[in-house]
Design a protein around this ligand. Structure first.
Ligand code: NAD
Length: 275
């Protein structure tokens, strides 16, 4: 029996086997959850996501298209889930986007309105948009789910707390995402709703989205040098933290941003390189 046996939900954000969402899904499946997936309807995404999901050992996966910027697309994902499953225990939001032309050092001050709007819309507002649609399904019960409620997890980075050159407008979006987490946690946490919302602030990781951030190699090298544990976190460590946050083990935790960054964010002034 796993931590998530009997629970079911949707993971948004797998692009391939390097995605943080992939590692989260892996851990959820290992812990006994029934997991459904979405893919961004663009290029070869459907094929890539299906291929990645196959390696998780999920037979005949629930896999539907979702452009989270489009309300109708989100409506369709959640109503399809409701029709097919009837109840919902968790949602993983692991999506982000910003125009990479503005993810280079010394370009933040040149960010156009539309680039800023799109980054915040795709990377932060979509959490709220998902919560609106998840809430009524999370309130439903059946023979297997006797208590209404659920748990949501999303992914942030330290650049949402402190200036990280090159992270730029994505840092603004992450600050917005982390605070959206808190406001949602407050309103959805009351006993008649019983939905928890938490954020994982993960360290730098080479993924498709990560590759768009200028200076990713330097961010990784700096983390290895400055983090308390002198290394970068693994995808599995992020996946396992998500499994904890979506399980009943974390029943008293909501509105938190938990750092899975090997103690990078707790260090103010790292040792001088000659120390
Ligand atoms: N890679 C890192 O260094 C790092 C560090 C901390 C946090 N994060 C966060 O982790 C999350 C996952 O990113 P990743 O690094 O695994 O990269 P990734 O490229 O594997 O995943 C990003 C996902 O966002 C999806 N996406 C983008 N726009 C979308 C839209 N409009 N609708 C639906 N899906 C959309 C993409 O299809 C992709 O699956 C993001 O929130 C990212 O900011 C990444």
């Amino acid at each position: 029996m796993g931590l998530l046996t009997g629970k079911k939900g949707i993971v948004f954000g797998i692009a391939n086997e390097r995605s943080y969402a992939y590692f989260i899904a892996k851990s959820l499946v290992e812990q006994g959850a029934e997991v459904g997936f979405t893919y961004l309807p663009m290029g070869k995404m459907e094929h890539r996501v299906a291929k990645a999901v196959q390696t998780l050992g999920v037979n005949d996966p629930w896999l539907v298209a979702c452009d989270a910027n489009d309300d109708a697309s989100l409506d369709s994902v959640f109503s399809q889930w409701d029709k097919d499953h009837g109840t919902l225990d968790f949602v993983v939001h692991s999506i982000a986007f910003a125009d990479k032309d503005y993810l280079k050092p010394d370009t933040f001050h040149t960010t156009p309105r539309e680039v800023y709007r799109n980054a915040v819309d795709t990377s932060a507002y979509t959490l709220l948009a998902m919560a609106q649609r998840a809430l009524p399904i999370m309130q439903k019960t059946d023979a297997n789910k006797t208590e209404p409620g659920g748990s949501m997890v999303n992914l942030s980075y330290y650049g949402g707390e402190k200036v990280t050159p090159g992270y730029n407008v994505m840092g603004i979006a992450k600050a917005c995402l982390e605070h959206t987490t808190r406001y949602l946690a407050y309103e959805l946490g009351r006993p008649d709703r019983n939905v928890r919302v938490n954020c994982i602030s993960a360290g730098p990781f080479k993924t498709l989205a990560g590759a768009g951030v200028g200076g990713m190699d330097k961010m990784i090298a700096y983390q290895e040098y400055a983090a308390s544990m002198k290394r970068c976190n693994t995808g599995e460590e992020v996946g396992d933290t998500a499994a904890y946050l979506l399980s009943d083990l974390s029943s008293g935790v909501t509105g938190e941003t938990i750092h899975v960054d090997c103690g990078f964010s707790v260090v103010g002034v790292p040792p001088h390189k000659d120390d």
